[in-house]
Design a protein around this ligand. Structure first.
Ligand SMILES: Cc1cc2nc3c(=O)[nH]c(=O)nc-3n(C[C@H](O)[C@H](O)[C@H](O)COP(=O)(O)O)c2cc1C
Length: 131
């Protein structure tokens, strides 16, 4: 079992799903992530998500399967999956929620692998993070 595994994906809110569901997703995910030893960063820009999930490969794989089949989202593009190349410093939080107010997530459409994680780490200070 790999202890520090990372999955970084890009996804979109499903058509017809109100952005108000995101608060409920965050609330439930915080609790579940804590129970499964997962730390994550979820960024939402009003219609698109990106999320970087860190944990054991088993826990991350199980969660990825749940998110993939979640009807509240559509499209699921994996940008990076594997050993945690660049650990995001999330202060041990189960889910850090961040808002992006511009088209910053466009930059992930082409980025892949460690380069995508490095891009995310560099953009972290530009997001509106929950205190
Ligand atoms: C964009 C998005 C991100 C999500 N992130 C998480 C997460 O980090 N942790 C989590 O437990 N559930 C997350 N969820 C919810 C899961 O898809 C799923 O509803 C939850 O894990 C419960 O799964 P289950 O009902 O199959 O047990 C997310 C859902 C969406 C749409």
């Amino acid at each position: 079992m790999k202890e520090r595994y990372q999955l970084f994906y890009l996804s979109r809110l499903a058509p017809g799903t109100s952005p108000t569901y995101v608060a409920e997703i965050v609330r439930a995910a915080r609790q579940r992530n804590a129970e499964h030893g997962i730390n994550s960063l979820l960024v939402f820009d009003g219609w698109r998500f990106c999320e970087c999930i860190e944990g054991t490969d088993t826990a991350v794989g199980t969660l990825a399967d749940c998110i993939r089949t979640d009807v509240r989202r559509t499209d699921f593009t994996v940008l990076h999956q594997g050993e945690a190349v660049i650990p995001l410093r999330l202060g041990g939080k189960s889910l850090v929620y961040a808002l992006s107010y511009d088209d910053s997530l466009d930059r992930f459409e082409q980025a892949r692998g460690a380069q995508a994680i490095a891009l995310l780490a560099g953009m972290l200070p530009t997001f509106d993070l929950e205190p």
